[in-house]
Design a protein around this ligand. Structure first.
Ligand SMILES: [Zn+2]
Ligand SMILES: [Zn+2]
Length: 416
């Protein structure tokens, strides 16, 4: 398969989602709001035609054009591609999993899952709470009811299970608690982020800032980074958690919690029979973001590797569905790829650290000049790899005298 830039992939997905508005009943289209009006769908369909050859989606476009022209083919199109960002997957004898694609931040797409079977309706994650996120969730529920004829209502959910305390996954909890009967469940290591949000925000900012100092990020750059760090998190208000989860717990009608710390301390996968909802633990294309456990306990690469191995050993996982991106048909192969990627990155860090360098310097050698939130993510990623190599004794701190005597030392690491 040829390489497709992720921006183009996202654009095509977005255009298809809009273009498929042409398949919805007019009443639903009207209720869904102006972003899916018939004119918009027609325009999106035409825009698809320009880019689709690059991505290799000609067959899907042809099928969509046929479905628009001939309603008798709509069922086939929907079964193969879903409709308006909603796809259905079956798990076990009678459980349906609906994947709802939701724009949680500008050009940032999350997958939220509604898991339905007789007598039970559970939501896995709930978006960011921003207007685009709420809009796409409302559309998703309308599509599930109308196009898949599923009797599910947002107002009458049993559970919302939050996979981990990153705001694109839990930010919608405030809106959910005001508008739905859903009870809130989250892993015990992430519960305090939701329940004691104000404290968490202050303490996390302190810990991150202390890490940046030690990583050698100059004061002039730390100010704007702090603002950025706080900005994406300032919209949430603390929310009581109804149930805290632990590894092996069962929630709903037999869904099993798999605790997978690494990308986030309280990250869980939820096993629904032979399907695993992997959230940000395992994704189809990108390798999930890593940060050093010096910032927050239960993070770090050692935990992540162990959590990858844990999922690799689960028997009978037929399908994995991530918190972003496409379904994963072979989760073990994907785990091996991610594992190998990080092992190669560790080798690269060792090679870069032939001379003593700070985390910030390693980060810019690895990732070049980053912009916006990318700066924070790059420092986290470099920091996680340096920390792991240091834990293994393969890097050492070169300026030990300075670290011992200075109030505010920058650590410089060098390969042993
Ligand atoms: Zn995450
Ligand atoms: Zn995420």
């Amino acid at each position: 398969m040829s390489y497709v830039p992720s921006k183009l992939r996202k654009k095509i997905d977005w255009l298809f989602k809009r273009a498929e508005g042409a398949l919805l009943p007019p009443a639903l289209l009207a209720a869904a709001g102006t972003h899916l009006d018939p004119d918009g769908a027609r325009l999106a369909l035409r825009a698809c035609e320009d880019d689709v050859a690059v991505v290799g989606d000609q067959a899907r476009l042809a099928a969509l054009l046929q479905a628009v022209a001939d309603p008798s083919t709509r069922g086939d199109y929907q079964a193969a591609n879903g409709v308006c960002g909603v796809r259905r997957f079956d798990a076990g004898p009678r459980t349906r999993i609906y994947q709802l694609t939701v724009e949680t931040f500008p050009r940032h797409i999350n997958n939220v899952y509604a898991v339905v079977e007789p007598g039970s309706a559970l939501l896995f994650d709930c978006g960011s709470g921003l207007p685009t996120s709420r809009r796409d969730l409302a559309l998703g529920f309308a599509v599930v009811r109308s196009m898949y004829e599923e009797d599910i209502r947002w107002e009458a959910l049993d559970w919302c299970v939050v996979s981990h305390a990153h705001v694109d996954h839990y930010g919608g909890v405030n809106h959910l608690k005001r508008t739905s009967t859903a009870k809130l469940a989250v892993h015990e290591l992430d519960a305090r982020v939701l329940a004691c949000f104000d404290e968490r925000l202050v303490l996390a900012m302190k810990d991150v800032d202390a890490y940046w100092r030690r990583a050698g990020v100059p004061a002039a750059r730390r100010g704007p980074l702090r603002e950025m760090y706080m900005a994406s998190k300032s919209l949430f208000r603390a929310e009581p958690v109804d149930r805290t989860l632990r590894d092996g717990d069962v929630i709903g009608p037999g869904y099993v919690v798999r605790h997978v710390p690494g990308h986030c301390p309280g990250l869980i996968c939820l096993q629904i029979h032979d399907v695993l909802l992997t959230s940000d633990h395992i994704l189809a294309r990108i390798t999930p973001h890593q940060f050093p456990q010096a910032i927050t306990a239960f993070g770090g690469l050692e935990h992540y590797f162990r959590s990858l191995a844990k999922i690799r050993e689960l028997p009978d996982i037929r399908l994995a569905l991530g918190g972003h991106e496409a379904p994963i048909l072979d989760v073990r192969t994907r785990i091996d790829e991610i594992d190998a990627f990080h092992r190669a990155r560790l080798d690269r860090v060792l090679a870069i650290c032939e001379v003593p360098l700070s985390v910030d310097e390693v980060s810019s050698r690895m990732f070049g000049e980053q912009e916006g939130y990318g700066v924070i993510l790059a420092i986290d990623e470099a920091g996680a790899h340096i920390e792991y190599l240091h834990q293994l004794g393969r890097l050492r701190v070169d300026n030990l005298d300075e670290v011992a005597t200075s109030e505010d030392p920058v650590f410089r690491y060098v390969a042993r």
